[in-house]
Design a binder for this molecule. Structure first.
Ligand SMILES: C[S@@+](CC[C@H](N)C(=O)[O-])C[C@H]1O[C@@H](n2cnc3c(N)ncnc32)[C@H](O)[C@@H]1O
Length: 282
């Protein structure tokens, strides 16, 4: 599969490394930077999860989910080894962690067993990179962070549509994307070259050990709010009450849905290169 779907290769290589590691603390030292950009020979799973706890607290507060979370179910697209999933399992009545890499999901179960509530967790493998294997209208909230930028644009759009399929009518979708920045003129072509090298026997395994090559390899797409809404509309998805969030210094281009301009908001904790969509399923 990885040869035909090169954008999945760096993740699968990192997943394999996490599978080969002795314990979860070693996984964090070897692949934790894949998720939160922190490096160091003394990092531990506890510190790694603490970064996720902090972010979950921020986002639940920002999107006013803190008080109701304990009655809701959430599905996380791209959970990785569970950096944020542990906090989701503590805050929500149930959580479905999904990822393209099955080894990450295995590690995610370990992370939640140590730092979350394992009885609240279920995992689902997105084997093809774009189909979420859960039933229609089965969760209250769908959340994704630093994942949709790492798929092909086609997969990012399909996963967005999937988010609206699996969320219940009236349920909430909260998705994070990356926008174009000038550096992309270099990053995106370099990413194509690195992903091709990842597919080569032995070379890929070696590249997956280094931060520079993995970071280049995962640079896969930038989609705009207009592209996302156009895709959803063209597939008959009804999006209610959409809102866009961005860093205060980076307003997004004006975007309309069904002739109504989508409101934009500052999200100070957002990375400058990120944008977020929140909406309800119609
Ligand atoms: C940067 S990590 C973020 C993980 C987690 N959201 C966090 O904040 O720690 C991106 C994750 O997306 C997963 N991923 C990449 N492409 C994917 C796809 N097409 N479908 C599902 N997951 C994908 C990777 O395996 C990886 O675990």
């Amino acid at each position: 599969m990885s040869r035909r779907r090169p954008q999945l290769t760096p993740w699968k290589a990192a997943g394999t490394r996490s599978e080969d590691s002795r314990d979860a603390d070693e996984v964090v030292r070897q692949t934790g930077w894949v998720f939160n950009n922190e490096t160091g020979s003394k990092l531990s799973l506890a510190q790694f999860v603490a970064t996720g706890d902090l972010e979950v607290r921020r986002y639940l507060k920002r999107w006013k989910l803190k008080d109701t979370a304990s009655t809701l179910s959430i599905l996380e697209i791209g959970s990785g080894i569970g950096r944020m999933t542990a906090a989701f399992s503590r805050e929500f009545a149930s959580v479905v962690a999904t990822d393209v890499d099955a080894a990450f999901l295995e590690r995610c179960r370990e992370t939640v067993a140590r730092f979350g509530r394992p009885s609240h967790l279920r995992t689902a493998h997105i084997a093809d990179g774009h189909t979420i294997p859960v039933s229609d209208a089965s969760v209250d909230v769908v959340f994704s962070y630093i994942t949709l930028q790492h798929c092909s644009a086609a997969d990012a759009l399909k996963l967005t549509k999937e988010a609206f399929r699996v969320v219940k009518p009236g349920g909430r979708v909260i998705l994070n994307y990356r926008r174009k920045v000038w550096l992309d003129a270099l990053l995106l072509p370099a990413g194509v070259v690195v992903r091709t090298l990842f597919a080569a026997p032995q070379v890929g395994e070696r590249l997956s050990r280094w931060r520079w090559s993995t970071r280049l390899g995962w640079q896969a797409n930038r989609v705009s709010p207009a592209e996302v809404f156009e895709f959803l509309m063209s597939h008959g998805v009804t999006v209610n009450d959409p809102h866009l969030f961005h860093h205060r210094s980076r307003a997004l281009p004006r975007t309309s849905v069904a002739g109504i301009e989508v409101p934009q908001h500052n999200l100070d904790v957002a990375a400058k290169s990120h944008w977020w969509l929140t909406a309800h399923r119609g």
